[in-house]
Design a protein around this ligand. Structure first.
Ligand SMILES: NC(=O)c1ccc[n+]([C@@H]2O[C@H](COP(=O)([O-])OP(=O)(O)OC[C@H]3O[C@@H](n4cnc5c(N)ncnc54)[C@H](OP(=O)(O)O)[C@@H]3O)[C@@H](O)[C@H]2O)c1
Length: 437
């Protein structure tokens, strides 16, 4: 049997899944590939600790044993973070080894340098697992939809955030309680900042933008908001208005440029995104010829993510065997255009507002005036009846309004004496409107 030798950098959650799939599916993989995949070495920090799936003699803490071994044709990076992953992947590429990685941070931040080096050496870098774990969304954009023009991508791409919002919606739990539950169930890291702050989703959106729109954006240029400000009150109020709060990552093509946003949003109950539960991910792609297509499944976990990594390995091994691959040449990524997302100022949305006021006479009129003078029309208003002088949360749904006008209006609202705290605002987004379903 023909054989391709690979080296793994990292044997944690995903690394273990990769080794398990390579072992358990060995016969199928050999048949589909027309050859075998052999893991020669596995880099870890602590090789003295035995691993569930990996033979002790394969473990090493010396990266040179993989990176400098001429027999190793494919290096699989599953360490995570920027360094030392970047140095190791660069080293592998510069020695003309193909690379597979699940590392979204690395690809979103250092993609330019890595693609350039891969192009220079005539090798590939595959990263399917970096976006939405097991869901083959990058493959769908790159292959299945290769002939189409992508107009819009809307994703729930952070399983931790979705798990937390879903738990808050189902049980009425506070954010902190739902986060603790997610951590207990293994769906949130001990330090969840990158997930709940929206940074992880922004990195994935940058990669979706690269594949879907052929544009390279800096993660720092993506307007990003996490889920930490969402309160049970907002979820309850949204429910009464007919919405569910979801954490969305969205890329939209407009004549003036790309809109890129990551934020919690109210989506209509009964819409596709409202039906994405637990730690699941979903990506709704809107393209000109195809219309809407949905990609839904488990966006993390050793086996789904490991599966995506092994599929990338198989694709590379096929091309190594055949010297003839369906993959785009690495130049395709190396020559991608740098793009600044367009400012969001003139973007129009309906909005959910929660104004924290002291219930004094005339307050409703004053809030309405601040909104009205900036062109913000009120579509719905809810206010719990309370005695005079008590704090009240006034819930307002606005008609569609420009971001800039809304920002100006909210600034004036928040300056009112009776307003106790900055007004809470989430966009209302319907990527799957009922009339077009
Ligand atoms: N977990 C998921 O569900 C998931 C989903 C999609 C993508 N990803 C991505 O997959 C990658 C791996 O995630 P993971 O959850 O598998 O991470 P993990 O469980 O923390 O595993 C990391 C592995 O890398 C090794 N490692 C870390 N730093 C190292 C260093 N400086 N030198 C050598 N080895 C080092 C660790 O060695 P020790 O074992 O000795 O500590 C461990 O085996 C990340 O980029 C992550 O974003 C993960």
């Amino acid at each position: 049997v023909r054989k391709i030798v690979i080296g793994l950098l990292g044997a944690g959650n995903v690394g273990t899944g990769v080794v398990r799939i390579l072992q358990e599916n060995q016969a199928d993989i050999e048949r589909r590939l027309g050859g075998a995949v052999a893991v020669k070495k596995v880099l870890v920090r602590d090789p003295s600790r035995s691993r569930e799936m990996v033979a002790d003699e394969l473990l090493t803490d010396n990266p040179a044993e993989i990176l400098e071994d001429p027999e190793v044709r494919v290096v699989v990076e599953l360490i995570g973070g920027i360094e030392p992953a970047y140095t190791y992947v660069m080293e592998a590429l510069s020695r003309s080894k193909h690379v597979v990685t699940a590392n979204k941070a690395l690809m979103a931040v250092k993609g330019r340098e890595l693609f350039a080096e891969a192009a220079r050496r005539g090798v590939s870098i595959n990263f399917e697992a970096a976006v939405a774990g097991g869901i083959p969304i990058l493959r769908a954009l790159r292959e299945g939809l290769a002939s189409d023009r992508i107009e819009k991508i809307t994703g729930i791409v952070n399983g931790t955030s979705n798990y937390i919002l879903d738990a808050m919606t189902r049980t009425g739990a506070r954010y902190e309680e739902a986060l603790a539950q997610a951590q207990e169930a293994g769906f949130a890291e001990a330090d969840p900042t990158l997930d709940v702050g929206g940074g992880d989703a922004a990195q994935k959106l940058a990669l979706l933008t690269l594949l879907g729109f052929g544009a390279r954006v800096s993660v720092d240029d993506i307007s990003t908001e996490g889920i930490t400000r969402v309160r049970p009150f907002d979820i309850q109020a949204a429910d009464e208005l007919g919405y569910v709060i979801k954490h969305l990552a969205q890329a939209v093509r407009t004549p003036e440029g790309l809109i890129l946003r990551v934020h919690p949003a109210l989506v209509p109950k009964g819409s596709i995104m409202a039906g994405v539960h637990g730690a699941y991910n979903a990506i709704l792609v809107e393209s000109r010829a195809m219309g809407r297509s949905l990609y839904h499944g488990r966006g993390a976990g050793p086996m789904p993510t490991g599966m995506a990594v092994v599929s990338d390995i198989i694709e590379l091994c096929r091309s190594v065997f055949a010297f003839d691959s369906g993959r785009p040449p690495p130049e395709a990524f190396a020559r991608v255009e740098d793009v600044k997302p367009r400012p969001l100022d003139d973007e129009r949305h309906e909005n959910y507002l929660c104004v924290h006021v002291t219930n004094v006479p005339g307050i409703l009129g004053r809030v309405a005036t601040c909104l009205g003078t900036n062109g913000v029309s009120i579509k719905r208003l809810q206010q719990d009846p309370q005695g005079p002088g008590t704090p009240v949360d006034m819930v307002i749904v606005t008609e569609a309004i420009d971001e800039a006008d809304l920002t100006a209006a909210l600034q004036r609202v928040d300056e009112l004496d009776a307003v106790q705290a900055p007004t809470h605002r989430f966009r209302i987004v319907d990527p799957d409107p009922l009339e077009s379903r």
